[in-house]
Design a protein around this ligand. Sequence first.
Ligand code: AMP
Length: 218
Amino acid sequence: MRILLLGAPGAGKGCQAKKLAAKYRIPQISTGDLLRNAVNSGSPIGLQAKAIMESGQLVPDDIVLNIIKNRLQEPDALSGFILDGFPRNETQALALDTLLTKMQTPFETAILIDVKDDILIQRIVGRESCGDCGQIFNLFSSPPKKDHICDSCGGTLIHRADDNGETIRNRLVVYHSQTEPLINYYQHQHKLLKINGTGKIEDIFLVMSDILNEKEIH
Ligand code: AMP
């Protein structure tokens, strides 16, 4: 399976990507996670990306493209991948097409997880994720059993620095202006599938799994 998940911040891409990755035993490749790792490690790329990420803008294409190119060529990605948060604009989409054509591994489908902005904001404000295993919780809709402790591994839950009011609004503006045009881009390629991203995580996952089965994508 080689797919990508499209959708606004808070649409549930990370959550659904993790579930797909576990089911199909292929990696979830999140440029947001890769960039956060770079920031946490204090690497030169991380130093460049930190302030941009905190402001909710997009990190320059050359940095992201370099990261994704290296990641897609790692052995675990050769049997498939779920791209989460990449591409985020048309330049990145074109570069991805070129790269995957060169690797002779075109991706099969782009799944748009559709959620309205007012719901997204509430989801993002309440979001916490485990610093150890990456499990995502929401203080309003799916809280952990113990405050700030991961139900799955006991790790400490972290609220992302860019999950605050002002940055969220910037991220939504960036999404609507730069990433949303990719819906048309993939529609033209006949690769777009759209699912409703409101409701229970498990139900959305079932819908997505059914669609993938129907399309014989595994
Ligand atoms: P995410 O975890 O996907 O919400 O990404 C968090 C932040 O990382 C974004 O707001 C951007 O600043 C940056 N980022 C993630 N993916 C990309 C990308 N494909 N292109 C540019 N910036 C990105």
